[in-house]
Design a protein around this ligand. Structure first.
Ligand SMILES: O=C[C@H](O)COP(=O)(O)O
Length: 259
């Protein structure tokens, strides 16, 4: 089984909808210049809610080979949840991927594995693909408990999902201490946990499901370290923050196989 690499740019709370047009166009032209082959890697743009419509219009109008992603969603269907956005609203806009449980959502907005699991179920029910984030903080890493801690998050966030659902989704392993810090996990560190996640999926489901699920690494991924990270057997892509705001950098990450 060969898993198609998936590079997702998480713009976080950056880039308004006017700026988004320039960023997407620059990224597109850089990739065209460098002869990116979209059959070799998926490129997904996870943009702020207010940019979704603009980016979707560009993708459709210019037939760009980018997947469209959101960074969060409500676990509720509709109703009195001021400020929230539903899966139905996202799927109507043509969103294909939704990041759920990013460590910033866990840390600043109190998202638990139960909430993230509920969100993932809603995303799947709406026909979109969740990118489920897991990963340990520095204290857990220092205590040497990072594998068990992360696997616990995997079990919690995948609870009650079917093998078929898990086979099609994306799990992003992001050690919190490596996010936005310039401190990248070594390829071996990243592989240790990504390999453990795949074995856990095999134990919870079966081998074909584990072979099919795509596992990303995230945390200070740049053009200079992506090739080494991607050379690891259980790493199928990257969830990229800061470097996804720079068209040259993100284009190089998407074309990691040519570096
Ligand atoms: O979602 C992306 C991650 O939080 C990684 O962010 P970063 O590439 O800026 O370290």
């Amino acid at each position: 089984m060969t898993r198609k690499p998936i590079m997702a740019g998480n713009w976080k709370m950056n880039v308004d909808h006017i700026e988004a047009t320039g960023l997407v166009e620059k990224l597109h032209y850089t990739l065209v210049d460098k002869e990116w082959d979209p059959k070799k890697s998926d490129a997904v743009l996870c943009v702020p809610f207010t940019d979704l419509r603009t980016v979707k219009t560009l993708i459709d109008g210019d037939r760009l080979h980018f997947g469209l992603g959101a960074q969060n969603v409500s676990q509720h269907d509709n109703g009195a949840y001021t400020g929230e956005i539903s899966t139905a609203m996202l799927s109507k806009l043509g969103v294909q991927y939704v990041i759920v449980g990013h460590s910033e959502r866990r840390e600043y907005y109190g998202e638990t594995d139960e909430i993230i699991n509920a969100k993932a179920k809603k995303v799947l029910a709406a026909g979109m693909t969740p990118i489920i984030c897991v990963g340990e903080g520095l204290d857990i890493r220092k205590a040497g408990e990072h594998v068990e801690y992360t696997l616990n998050q995997v079990r919690g966030t995948l609870a009650d999902l079917s093998a078929e659902q898990v086979a099609g989704l994306v799990i992003a392993y992001e050690p919190v201490w490596a996010i936005g810090t310039g401190e990248v996990a070594t390829p071996d560190d990243a592989q240790e946990v990504c390999g453990a996640i795949r074995r856990e999926v095999a134990a919870l489901y079966d081998e074909p499901t584990a072979e099919s699920v795509r596992i990303q690494y995230g945390g200070s991924v740049k053009s200079g370290n992506v090739a080494q990270i991607m050379s690891q057997p259980d790493i199928d892509g990257a969830l990229v923050g800061g470097a996804s705001l720079q068209p040259d950098e993100f284009a190089a990450i998407v074309r990691f196989y040519q570096l």
